[in-house]
Design a protein around this ligand. Sequence first.
Ligand code: YSA
Length: 343
Amino acid sequence: MADLEALRSRALIELSAAGDAAALDAWRLAYLGRQGAVTRVLRGLGELPAEERRAVGAMANAMRADLEGALAQRQTEAENAAIAQMEAGGIDVTLPGREGLVGRLHPITQTLREMLAALGAMGFQVAEGPEVEWEYYNFDALRIPWYHPSRDSQDTFWLEQKPESEKRVLLRTQTSPNQIRFMEKNQPPVRVAVPGRVYRFEATDATHEWMFHQVELLAVDEGISFKHMKGTLTQFARALFGQDREVRFRCHYFPFVEPGAEVDIQCGLCGGAGCRSCGGEGWLEIAGAGMVHREILENVGYDADRYTGFAAGFGVERIAMLRHGIDDIRNFYANDLRFLRQF
Ligand code: YSA
């Protein structure tokens, strides 16, 4: 019993010296833990003669209860001291904690991925091409020579070059140069989708940005006709907008296709009746498309008597706007978290 008394006073002295949570926990393990000194005494009670066991047992149990109480009190004191120290250092511990910021995919990245997933399911592989492009691939190889009026519709960011350089470099105005790049390196059959940023030196408004994204589609094989193009593009549009949405094709001129078309989707807000969002038209343009011009197939070395193909270029921002009911394209790149957090 004298040993117990000595153990108790040693434990209390050490407890009063333990100043922080870590030291208090070490003390708890040393005395009250499974291998702690007090626990060992209690476990050894069975070895004592019966007449001593009762008195020593009562004393040891009382000691354990006292030490547990003393520990709880010291823990509260240590916590209060830690809080006081933080407050003295200018930290207000009553403020609610800060919520961690969780990142998310930009709505254009989300839309782009959904478009590529739908195209992947239809058998298109994905390829990429450079944003800084030769004038040749962006224009000339697509039958748009320097004097061609359709260059005007794609005002261009030209890159500064040394005066002696003969070949001019630009920021691509469309993803169509990748039709040429892909066909130069691959033989038919071709089914490829090329996503990417494009740049046009034009004033921005609710539906026009100077930097936006396109997804280019190209399919070349034996026997491909306009009906394959209509079927594929209609199925793709319905995968994005729902099976009930009407898709229409309007004649349009692009120098690198013959015949060419623009692809419209029925306005989801008015169902085709005409409203503010579709400019009263009832339809919204989502892509340019057409049958790849024979000369283009020949220039990349394909046998144009054997192979035919179709191509299309979709505007990703316009598709994201239609899917989410967004009325101004500039929202995507204003970096306003209130807008971006909605997706
Ligand atoms: C046409 C025929 C093909 O066989 C293949 C592709 C094409 C598309 C062609 N290369 C092209 O760029 N046509 S386009 O100038 O009409 O743009 C295609 C789509 O990009 C448009 O339907 C529109 O959705 C989007 N777009 C065009 N200018 C934009 C824009 N999106 C945002 N801001 C702009 N300034």
